[in-house]
Design a protein around this ligand. Sequence first.
Ligand code: FMN
Length: 392
Amino acid sequence: MDRLRHAHSIEDLRELARRRLPRGVFDFFDGGAEDEVTLRANRGGFERLRLRPRTLVDVQQPDPSTSILGAPAALPIVIAPTGAIGAGWPQADLAIARVAARAGIPYTLSTTATSSIEDIAREAGGRLWFQLYVLRDKAFTSGLIRRAEGAGYEGLVVTLDLAAGGKRERDLRNRFTVPLRPHWRTLADFARHPGWCWRMLRHGQPVFANLAGFAGAVDPRASIAAKVGQSLDASFGWDDLRALRDAWRGKLLVKGVVRGDDASRLAAMGVDAIWVSNHGGRQLDGAIASIDALPDVASAVRGRVPVLLDSGVRRGVDVVKALALGAQAVAIGRATLYGAAAHGEAGADRAIQILGDELRRAMQLCGTPRIQDIDARLLQGSAHSQEKETDA
Ligand SMILES: Cc1cc2nc3c(=O)[nH]c(=O)nc-3n(C[C@H](O)[C@H](O)[C@H](O)COP(=O)(O)O)c2cc1C
């Protein structure tokens, strides 16, 4: 716990997780596809953006509360779906969901989560969205949607960037799979992490809680991305999405969009939000950084529907930059995951605390005490920053 209090950044939580997890597990959380070009570009994109803070603004009480998809949220932050994370800490999904409910922000449960749709609804509460991988097994996919509806989920997040599993070479080299299948080379690694071993032995192997009974033709030795990829409907297209739009009465979000032309067509089709993402650099290596894709998407959508963004958010100031470029909120995958993997619920809590504090501080230092004060004029090089400005 003391270590958690002394974690001052998401990078500190990452380092704690790195020390506490066997390498295979940490690499599964931390890694990206192939050469990890996109993984690095996601950070590079944020780091390249420069801010132009306002002065002489009363910023005594920064207020990061906002509205996400028409409902109040305490922060412009959403929890992104992350599958198989029970391999890091038992019931990590539930831990993060509880933290999100307490923090007043939406939580997205993955299709490949290690807690079930129903357990999360019963034990966490808060604003819940369910992330859907459209499986080739149509009956199973419809069953998942019905379960999310029955459990009262507000949103369905359809992930569109996993037509095939990304080639995550760290997982291949580490022979990482869920369920965990210890290989003689990984056993020594497990043994060096007795705390993690003890937790896994005590709570049992993590399982894909929403996929019980799923008879997808998967090779048990395949990496997780490959397993999911083998079961997905790679033919899923516009007509299928339209049918899904008609079938789901709640909010429909589409995740994994990085092009303005796609975004414009999706907005016209009646989705409720567009979620700019490259899956945290885990799918197409060489894909554009999410933050670099955002301006094109935001301008194509022209305010018709909210735009969310994930991939690479590690600092409160990243949230400011994404909002300045037109996002309504950001989503975070690894930030809370590093925390949960390091110390369960308390670790995820610490991650939100760090990001919330950094965001409030960044809002003060930018002279934008309310979320609606954040706009493109904050950014160096934006069209607005070159105009002659009058008083805000
Ligand atoms: C361990 C892990 C598992 C993930 N599993 C899923 C998933 O099941 N479904 C999905 O749509 N995205 C998944 N993602 C992608 C996240 O939803 C999100 O797009 C990404 O983590 C954002 O980048 P960030 O980690 O830099 O915040 C996963 C990401 C990680 C790190």
